[in-house]
Write a protein that binds this ligand. Structure first.
Ligand code: SF4
Length: 81
């Protein structure tokens, strides 16, 4: 599957990113607080596949990216056994 790729240098994708409109607070919650609101926003975001791919490719450790939490992305990165 091919996704549109996004890079930090290309900030046009951020104009389409719903999180850019809501602000970062939802996406980088305090440890232990809920990521449910962020995930709800990601679910409506057109960039979700590209965003998730970007986060995985760049090893983003913190916050919600592409609708997945830190732990969920970590699980995706681990090879399946
Ligand atoms: S998928 Fe979520 S984190 Fe990624 S750009 Fe969209 S709203 Fe932001």
């Amino acid at each position: 599957m091919h996704f549109e790729t996004i890079t930090p240098a290309d900030d046009t994708w951020q104009e389409q990113a719903l999180c850019a409109q809501t602000g970062p607070d939802f996406f980088f919650p305090e440890p232990g607080s809920s990521v449910r609101d962020a995930k709800r926003i990601c679910a409506l975001c057109e960039l979700r596949p590209a965003c998730l791919e970007y986060a995985l490719a760049n090893d983003e450790r913190f916050g919600v990216w592409g609708g997945l939490s830190e732990k969920e992305r970590l699980a995706l990165r681990r090879p399946a056994r």
